[in-house]
Design a protein around this ligand. Structure first.
Ligand code: GMT
Length: 382
């Protein structure tokens, strides 16, 4: 099929997942066109059947903010027409799905594509729920050919918050189990031989509660030698650094910034911690589990469908520093237990979040919506 993937280019789970999905679809022989502001984070330079198109936004002085959504809509429409795209798969409702709807309406009837919208989390919980975006988010969902959510939790949240007249389907995110594998990483580049490594990976937005990471780490390093490795960047990085300074532990923390080769860094960790306010899925814990690393996450959102309590990691209450630190110390001082949990984690990931099974679900959905559209065209022509 000819498929357009519209996604965020910045380092964030939705763009990363959209990139992995697009590459997987291209490997299966589909023609995949990425449409985004710039090269999506983690998109390789060249891959067979993959094309990239970037949106031009002019910054005319009359505008306080350049209208990116309109330029995106024009680009989607242009590419869909030029390449005869059958499907546009928008990741993140605003502005991607909304722009795709406008793009579809700009095309003549016979050239219109089917729009599949995948909700990733903050597009519903933080952005879509806000009064400035509520109506437009709802409109995008009601007018897509199909809407999917990355967890049952997000599915339910969406239906509750938006009272949609149509069902949302859950399709979990997947992970490439051959890319994320347990192996001995280059630990010496990150810590001394006797230090245990706690890792946090995120885009350092307020929802990630990165200062909790530092506070948990502080309690751990009081008990055993440890290093905190922070991967990623974002608005809360300075807050994390500030708390570390107050606690006098700045020297025990490494900030690596954004890294594309997470699969090389993750295996160096002994434990991954993600103490988010909520997490609609949790790609990072999934990646960690695939590398056989136990995880500590918060029992809030769809991540509860990803991590099994006491089996593949620990789910703690949001903000419960004491319990998170307790489990971190327990795991770091008992490598056998941590290893057993890690092993179960990888097994769980390969069983429930396997790439091929989930790409099958998306392909089946594309075929289903295409057939529905053909049927509709025939009926209209009668
Ligand atoms: O907030 C982020 O971490 C980025 C955000 C995004 O849309 O880029 O991530 C969301 O989508 C990911 C991929 O589906 C999920 O794994 C994350 O759980 C989700 N983030 C939140 O719900 C906070």
């Amino acid at each position: 099929m000819k498929i357009g993937i519209v996604c965020q280019a910045t380092a964030g789970g939705s763009g990363i997942f959209a990139t992995e999905l697009g590459l997987a679809l291209a490997e299966r022989g589909n023609e995949v066109h990425f449409i985004s502001m710039e090269a999506p984070f983690r998109l390789q330079k060249f891959a067979r059947n993959v094309y990239s198109h970037y949106v031009d936004v002019i910054n005319y002085p009359l505008f306080k903010l350049p209208p990116y959504s309109l330029a995106l809509a024009s680009k989607i429409s242009e590419i869909a027409e030029e390449y005869g795209l059958e499907i546009i798969h928008a990741h993140y409702a605003v502005p991607n799905a909304v722009a795709a709807l406008l793009a579809r309406d700009m095309l003549p009837e016979e050239k219109r594509f089917c729009l599949v919208t995948t909700l990733h989390g903050t597009d519903i919980t933080l952005v879509g729920g806000h009064s400035s975006f509520y109506r437009v988010t709802r409109y995008a969902m009601e007018n897509s050919c199909a809407v999917t959510a990355v967890s049952d939790w997000l599915n339910k949240e969406t239906c509750r918050e938006f009272e949609l007249s149509r069902p949302v389907r859950t399709i979990y995110n997947f992970l490439d189990g051959e890319k994320f594998v347990p192996r001995s990483g280059n630990r010496t580049a990150l810590a001394k031989p006797d230090e245990r490594i706690i890792m946090h990976i995120s885009n350092f937005r307020p929802v990630k509660r990165v200062t909790d990471v530092v506070r948990v780490f502080n309690k751990v390093q009081e008990v055993l030698p440890a290093k905190l490795v922070m991967v990623g960047d974002g608005p809360e990085r300075m807050a994390a650094a500030g708390v570390a300074k107050q606690l006098g532990i700045s020297d025990s923390i490494l900030y690596l910034g954004n890294c594309e080769n997470i699969e090389d860094i993750l295996p160096c960790a002994d434990l991954v911690i993600q103490p988010s306010e909520h997490e609609s899925f949790g790609l990072v814990p999934l990646e960690a589990m695939a590398c056989e690393i136990p995880v500590i996450v918060t029992a809030s959102g769809g991540v509860q469908e990803v991590v099994c309590q006491g089996e593949t990691g620990y789910l703690c209450e949001v903000g419960d520093i004491e319990t998170m630190a307790f489990h971190a110390i327990e795991l770091l001082s008992n490598p056998e237990k941590a290893h057993e949990m890690g092993r179960k984690g990888r097994f769980h990931v390969l069983k429930h979040f396997q790439k091929s099974a989930i790409v099958d679900q998306y392909e089946a959905l594309y075929h289903e919506v295409s057939q529905m559209r053909e049927k509709q065209i025939k009926e209209n022509g009668k």
